[in-house]
Design a protein. Structure first.
Length: 413
C-alpha cells in the first residue's frame, strides 16, 4: 500500500487494525517489529509530514559533512510504506481521538478547511515525538530548531551561502553538538546557556568545566550563566536581515557585571536548543496520563497507557517519571509493543538507561546510568587527560558514571 487520500479511508464503523501516529524513528520501528512477526495485520501510519525515513541524530552533525536533507533520507515515506505494506496517510493531522468508540478524526494538513474524516482502530500507538520548547524570548518566526529534517533542510540552505554568525541558545547535548558541527562547517558560533558550562543539567561542575574548556578551545564563544531576553530583526524585515540577540547575566550580581554595558549580539541566525515538550492535544483527547515535560505515562513492562488499547513509544513517552528520549531504546520498546499488540507472550520491556555519548570531537564524554547534576559525585580517576566520576545513591551504590577524555593526539608521520 502507499499514501492514500483521506476521502478513500475506512469508515468509522470499520476498525483498521493498528494505527500509528507519528512517522519518526519510533513509529517506523513499531512497523518493523510488527511486520517481523505478522505480515498481514492492517497497519495505518498517520503523519503530519511526508513520512520519509531518516536517522534524526544525524541532524546535529550533517552540516559540516555537507549533507543536505535529501542525503539523509533512507527511503521516502511512499516507498517505505509500500515495502512494509502499510497504509500511509501523509500530510495528515489527527484532530481528535475518541477512546470509547476507538476512532480518530483526521484532516489533511495542507487543506485545513476540508471536513475531517473518521477512521477506527483496534490498537493505537502514539509515536508523535516531542516538540522544541520556545521561550517567549525566542520567537518561532525568527528562531530555528534542528529537531526535524524539514527545518534542518531549510537551515542548511541558508547556511550554504557562506560563513555566518550563528547563536545557539541552550548548551545541552544537542546544542553543544550543533555548535561544533557548524564551527567545523566554517561558521562563527556563540553558545549561550543559563548554566556556566555545557551539560550542566546532567553532570557535576568538575566534569562540565572540562567540556566548557574544550568547547572554547575550538574558538566557540561560550556565554555561560546568561539568559536571552529578546531576539529581534535588524532591518526592513527581509530574509537577509541580521538578528539582534539581547542577553543578560542570569544572576544580577554575576561578576558584578553591569547589564547595561552588555552589547547585544548581532548574528545571522539563532537556533533554539532549549528542551522538548509533549503537545497536550492528543494525549488529552485520548484520556491518557501525561506530563508536558516528561511525556505520556506508560506501564513499564508493556508500554500500555492507562487508556485501553493505546500504547506510547519514544520521545513522547515516560517511564517512572523519566522521559525516554534516546534512540538506542527504540528497538526493544517496539518489540515489546509488537508482541503485546499481537497477543504473543513476552518477558516485558526491561528499561535500561542507554550509554550516552557526546558526538563532539573536541572532547570525549561518555555517561552510563541515570545522571543528574545534583548529587553525591565522587572522583574515581583524575588526570590532565581523563576524568572519571561516579554518582552514588543514598546506599552508596553507583547510579551513574561519567568518563571524560581528552581527544587523542594525532601521530606524527
Amino acid at each position: 500500500m502507499s499514501a492514500e487520500n483521506l476521502s478513500t479511508t475506512s469508515p468509522a464503523s470499520a476498525k483498521t487494525g493498528v494505527v500509528i501516529i507519528g512517522a519518526g524513528l519510533a513509529g517506523w520501528h513499531v512497523i518493523d517489529a510488527i511486520r517481523a512477526k505478522d505480515k498481514a495485520i492492517p497497519i495505518t501510519l498517520i503523519t503530519a509530514d511526508s513520512g520519509d525515513r531518516y536517522h534524526k541524530p544525524m541532524l546535529t552533525m550533517a552540516i559540516s559533512q555537507n549533507k543536505r536533507a535529501s542525503d539523509l533520507v533512507r527511503a521516502t515515506g511512499v516507498d517505505a510504506a509500500q515495502t512494509a505494506d502499510v497504509t500511509l496517510l501523509a500530510n495528515t493531522e489527527v484532530t481528535d481521538i475518541d477512546p470509547v468508540s476507538q476512532t480518530l478524526q483526521l484532516r489533511a494538513t495542507k487543506h485545513s478547511d476540508d471536513a475531517p474524516t473518521t477512521i477506527g482502530y483496534e490498537k493505537m500507538v502514539l509515536a508523535m515525538g516531542a516538540h522544541p520548547i520556545f521561550p517567549k524570548s525566542l520567537p518561532q518566526d525568527l528562531v530555528w530548531h534542528v529537531n526535524h529534517i524539514e527545518r534542518f533542510g531549510q537551515l542548511q540552505e541558508q547556511l550554504a551561502t557562506g560563513s555566518q554568525h550563528v547563536a545557539i541558545v541552550g548548551a545541552g547535548m544537542v546544542g553543544t553538538e550543533i555548535a561544533e558541527d557548524l564551527l567545523k562547517a566554517g561558521h562563527k558560533i556563540t553558545l549561550i546557556d543559563l548554566n556556566d558550562a555545557p551539560l550542566s543539567q546532567m553532570l557535576p561542575a568538575k566534569a562540565t568545566a572540562r567540556i566548557a574548556k574544550a568547547v572554547e578551545s575550538q574558538g566557540i564563544q561560550l556565554l555561560g550563566g546568561y539568559q536571552v531576553s529578546a531576539v529581534t530583526r535588524v532591518g526592513d524585515n527581509s530574509d537577509n536581515d541580521k538578528l539582534r540577540v539581547d542577553y543578560a547575566p542570569l544572576s544580577s550580581d554575576a561578576d558584578n557585571t553591569d547589564t547595561q554595558s552588555l552589547e547585544p549580539l548581532i548574528v545571522d541566525h539563532v537556533i533554539a536548543s532549549t528542551g522538548l515538550t509533549v503537545d497536550a492535544q492528543l494525549p488529552t483527547a485520548a484520556g491518557v496520563e501525561f506530563d508536558r515535560r516528561t511525556g505520556i505515562v506508560v506501564d513499564a513492562a508493556t508500554l500500555r497507557t492507562n487508556a485501553a488499547n493505546i500504547y506510547a513509544i519514544g520521545d513522547c513517552m515516560s517511564i517512572n517519571g523519566v522521559a525516554c528520549r534516546y534512540v538506542a531504546q527504540l528497538r526493544a520498546q517496539a518489540a515489546t509493543i509488537a508482541n503485546d499488540i499481537l497477543g504473543h507472550e513476552h518477558d516485558g520491556y526491561d528499561h535500561k538507561p542507554p550509554m550516552i555519548r557526546l558526538k563532539n570531537k573536541a572532547i570525549s564524554v561518555m555517561v552510563t546510568g541515570v545522571p543528574q547534576a545534583a548529587g553525591n559525585w565522587q572522583v574515581k580517576t583524575e588526570s590532565d587527560d581523563e576524568l572519571v566520576m561516579d554518582l552514588l545513591d543514598d546506599n552508596d551504590a553507583v547510579s551513574a558514571t561519567v568518563t571524560i577524555k581528552a581527544p587523542a593526539t594525532p601521530k606524527t608521520p
